[in-house]
Ligand binder design. Structure first.
Ligand code: SF4
Ligand code: FES
Length: 247
C-alpha cells in the first residue's frame, strides 16, 4: 500500500503545531496502524529527521495509551476498537489519512501526537480508597451479587482510560470516563461505604481539570473502544444528586 499522510507536528506544548504531509510506502495491509507509523518513523530517522512522537504501550487494546484521531475520528473507523488494533486493510490504497492528537484543553499536547492525560489520574486519585474489612476470609457466598448487577459493574470496569470520549465530545466532557469509574464501584456492595464521598470528589475534580459538561450528544459512546454505554452518565448524575441530598 502507498498512502498520503497528513500528520500533526508540534515541537512542544507552547509552540503552534501544523499538519505536515508525508508518504508511507511499502505498507502491508496486514500491518497495524501503529506499525505503519513505525515504518514512516524509520524512514525519517534514516534521513536524520525527527521521528513523529505518538503514544502506545500494549498494542493489544488493553492499556488505553494509544490516542490518535484518524480522519477526524478518535481511534479511527472501527467501532469498539483502539487505534492500536486498527489494521491497514481497513483503509484504501492511495488514501489520504489525517492523523491528529486528542483535542481538549484538559489534555494539552506534549509533542506531535502525544497529549498529557494526567488529568484523568487526578480524577481517579480524587476517588480515594475503598474500605475492606480485614480478618479471616469470608465465605465466597457471604455477599450475594446478582449476575445482572455484576455484569453491569464489569462492563463499566472495562474502561481503559484512553480519553477518546473526551476527544470526541464537542464539550470535551469526561462524563463517560468518570461515570464508568463511579458506576463500577457504586453498583457493588464493596464500593458502598465511600460511595457518596467518591462521586462528589471525582465530579468536582473533573470540573476543576477543565473538562466540559454533558449535552447528551452520544459521540463518547460511539468512539469508546470498550463500548461503555452512556447510561452510566445517568447513573452518575443520580449518584451525585443522591450524595448532595445525603440520601
Ligand atoms: S469511557 Fe471509553 S473512551 Fe472514555 S476513557 Fe473509558 S474506554 Fe476510553
Ligand atoms: S496501546 Fe494499549 S490500548 Fe492501544
Amino acid at each position: 500500500m502507498r498512502l498520503k499522510l497528513r500528520i500533526w507536528r508540534q515541537t512542544g506544548p507552547t509552540v503552534p503545531g501544523t499538519l505536515v504531509d508525508y508518504v508511507a510506502e511499502g505498507i502491508s495491509a496486514d500491518m497495524s496502524f501503529l506499525e505503519m507509523i513505525d515504518v514512516v518513523n524509520e524512514g525519517l530517522t534514516k534521513k536524520g529527521e525527527d521521528a513523529i512522537a505518538f503514544d502506545s504501550d500494549c498494542r493489544e487494546g488493553i492499556c488505553g495509551t494509544c490516542s490518535l484521531v484518524v480522519n477526524g475520528v478518535p481511534h479511527g473507523p472501527d467501532r469498539g476498537t483502539t487505534v492500536c488494533q486498527l489494521h491497514m486493510r481497513r483503509l484504501k490504497d492511495g488514501e489520504t489519512i489525517t492523523i491528529e492528537p486528542w483535542r481538549a484543553a484538559a489534555f494539552p499536547v506534549v509533542k506531535d501526537l502525544v497529549v498529557d492525560r494526567s488529568a484523568f489520574d487526578r480524577v481517579i486519585a480524587a476517588g480515594g480508597y475503598v474500605s475492606v474489612n480485614c480478618g479471616g476470609a469470608q465465605d465466597g457466598n457471604a455477599i450475594l451479587i446478582p449476575k445482572s448487577v455484576s455484569d453491569l459493574a464489569m462492563d463499566s470496569a472495562a474502561c481503559i482510560g484512553c480519553g477518546a470520549c473526551v476527544a470526541a465530545c464537542k464539550n470535551a466532557s469526561a462524563h463517560l470516563f468518570v461515570s464508568a469509574k463511579i458506576s463500577h464501584l457504586a453498583l457493588l456492595p464493596q464500593g458502598d461505604v465511600e460511595r457518596r464521598r467518591r462521586v462528589v470528589a471525582m465530579v468536582n475534580q473533573a470540573d476543576a481539570e477543565g473538562f466540559g459538561s454533558c449535552s447528551n450528544e452520544g459521540e463518547c459512546e460511539a468512539v469508546c473502544p470498550k463500548e461503555i454505554p452512556i447510561s452510566n452518565i445517568a447513573r452518575m448524575t443520580r449518584e451525585y444528586v443522591r450524595a448532595l441530598l445525603g440520601a
